[in-house]
Design a protein around this ligand. Structure first.
Ligand SMILES: C[S@@+](CC[C@H](N)C(=O)[O-])C[C@H]1O[C@@H](n2cnc3c(N)ncnc32)[C@H](O)[C@@H]1O
Length: 225
């Protein structure tokens, strides 16, 4: 979104930087693996073909945590190229260790703000954006930090190809309602609540939600034009 002067409008960050606490071994792995598997958040425009060396469907997972779901789906769907993003350093370190040990060539990571990175990809280039169990930001004054807001969905939709999907899951009832409201009212999206997709791996936060007795809601919206 632009200000009346044509500058990008400041949007509250959807994450709170956390202090990184990692063992020396994990720190060393992070430093060694980031140049191999990481993509710079900022930089010149880049295409998925340049990143992965092939033309294939592309998915972006925003807020992948330690990447359990990203690794599982990269293994299950070798035909899809996946970019998984999180600001959480120990999580990205753990994810890259898994990429190396499994030997995955279809998974790359962003250590930083996924929304900034998306500016590097061409418009209409992503087949799927996945947001699994985003931070709930439950207090009223924190709500502006939620990632599924009108302003952010407006930024995400142009990244999708026609027929591309915005897929979300949450264990927070009022966040599911917000996702439904925001996405249903976007003129280029159609969709709603869906059954739990069989290809969505269980995530750490999903497990926490289930253990706490919360109801999981999956939503899927498709870009129409
Ligand atoms: C509640 S956790 C869920 C992690 C994982 N998806 C799961 O279900 O276990 C949400 C994650 O989103 C990350 N996050 C929030 N906003 C982000 C952004 N703009 N770019 C990258 N990561 C983000 C946070 O750092 C956090 O690790």
């Amino acid at each position: 979104m632009l200000t009346h002067e044509g500058r990008p409008m400041a949007v509250a960050r959807t994450f709170k930087p956390r202090r990184r606490r990692m063992s020396a071994t994990r720190s060393a792995a992070f430093e060694r693996l980031l140049p191999l598997y990481g993509l710079d958040v900022e930089g010149p425009p880049i295409t998925s073909e340049e990143i992965f060396g092939r033309l294939a469907p592309v998915a972006v997972e925003i807020g992948c945590g330690a990447g359990e779901a990203a690794v599982a789906s990269a293994i299950d769907q070798p035909e899809v190229d996946l970019i998984a993003a999180d600001v959480h350093t120990p999580g990205i370190a753990r994810l890259m260790v898994d990429i190396e040990s499994v030997g995955l060539s279809n998974l790359r990571v962003i250590h930083g703000d996924a929304l900034e990175f998306l500016n590097r990809l061409p418009t209409r280039s992503i087949d799927e954006i996945r947001i699994w169990f985003p931070d709930p930001w439950p207090k009223p004054k924190q709500r502006q930090r939620r990632i599924v807001t009108r302003a952010i969905v407006t930024r995400l939709v142009p990244c999708l190809v026609e027929g591309g999907r915005l897929r979300m899951a949450t264990d927070i009832v009022d966040y599911a309602e917000q996702m439904l409201d925001v996405c249903s009212s976007h003129p280029e999206l159609a969709g709603g609540v869906v059954d739990r997709p069989s290809d969505r791996p269980i995530t750490r936060f999903e497990r926490k939600g289930i253990d706490a007795g919360r109801v999981i809601t999956d939503l899927e919206f498709v870009r129409q034009t």
